[in-house]
Design a protein around this ligand. Structure first.
Ligand code: FMN
Length: 273
């Protein structure tokens, strides 16, 4: 089993790097194959929104390291992502990588679901609410199943090594080794079992939903009930993503053509041309 380890911090000898190097060595000692990848070594530019990848089925014309970097993740049998928390959420460069998802989709869509683990590295304070969901959006978009997702806290370089949660890493990776794809099961939980988001949108009565995967969640005394019927229809399933591409993204071209005369008229009226 070949596991890619992505370090999403620019900081040399920082906490993500130390944890990544530790699990890299541990996987090799266990007889596994690992590939340590530093996001800082890749140039990833911002999506320009030209939509050629979708409407013309074209390779992205931006010259950077996107396909090489994404290939390291997409062709791995498992992925471990380490990312520092910046202003409650992931660093901008990781989001820029995620934004290029549309042009990566053709490479991802036929891959089987593979296991992934996300580790948020944050200061030991309460400033991290969007970190794990954002990290997990990337993993889900790349076609992985998020098996576990948690924080290892530490601020200064190396501080993270003092955290007891570090022991949990080995168990999480052992679970990746024996991963077998299976449907989600119904569960009572304080967080969404798909993306580990613990902030919910209110719908009505005792009904909420996870904003990341849209799975309904019924409020109970000690958390939420997630029904397997709903979990297995979440927005990151292959079927739902395919539906999103075919029934929305691809149709926007025709819709835009139809709306264009009206947009043109409105621009004139508003003095924008
Ligand atoms: C620009 C910046 C913003 C940060 N914002 C947060 C934050 O909102 N919440 C938090 O818990 N830690 C925050 N931190 C602290 C880092 O997440 C923490 O130091 C982490 O260990 C860095 O990981 P690294 O050493 O792998 O880069 C921030 C650090 C920087 C440099």
């Amino acid at each position: 089993m070949k596991i890619a380890i992505l370090i999403a911090s620019e900081r040399k000898n920082g906490n993500c790097e130390l944890l990544g190097r530790y699990v890299d060595r541990w996987i090799r000692e266990k007889g596994g194959v690992s590939n340590l990848v530093y996001l800082r070594d890749s140039e990833i530019k911002q999506c320009q929104g030209c939509m050629s990848c979708v409407f013309k089925n074209a390779k992205c014309k931006i010259e950077d390291d996107l396909y090489k970097l994404a290939g390291e993740m997409i062709n791995a049998d498992g992925l471990i992502l380490f990312a520092p928390t910046y202003v409650l959420t992931i660093p901008g460069k990781l989001k820029i990588f995620l934004d290029r998802f549309l042009c990566l989709y053709p490479l991802i869509k036929d891959k089987p679901e593979r296991p992934a683990l996300s580790i948020g590295v944050a200061s030991p304070i309460d400033w991290n609410q969007f970190q794990l969901p954002l990290m997990n959006i990337l993993l889900l978009a790349l076609g992985f199943r998020v098996m576990d997702s948690y924080f290892i806290f530490g601020a200064g370089q190396g501080e993270v090594l003092l955290n007891d949660n570090i022991k949990r890493l080995e168990k999480s990776i052992e679970e990746m080794f024996v991963y077998k794809p299976a449907p989600y099961k119904s569960v009572n939980s304080k967080y969404c079992p798909i993306d580990f988001c613990d902030t919910f949108q209110y719908l009505k009565d005792d009904l909420f939903r996870c904003p990341v995967c849209l799975t309904p969640a019924r409020f109970k005394k000690n958390g939420f009930f997630f029904d397997e019927k709903d979990l297995n229809k979440n927005r990151w399933t292959k079927e739902k993503i395919e539906e999103h591409f075919k029934e929305w993204i691809l149709t926007t071209k025709e819709r835009f053509r139809r709306l264009l005369p009206e947009i043109h008229r409105r621009k004139k009226e508003m003095g924008l041309i």
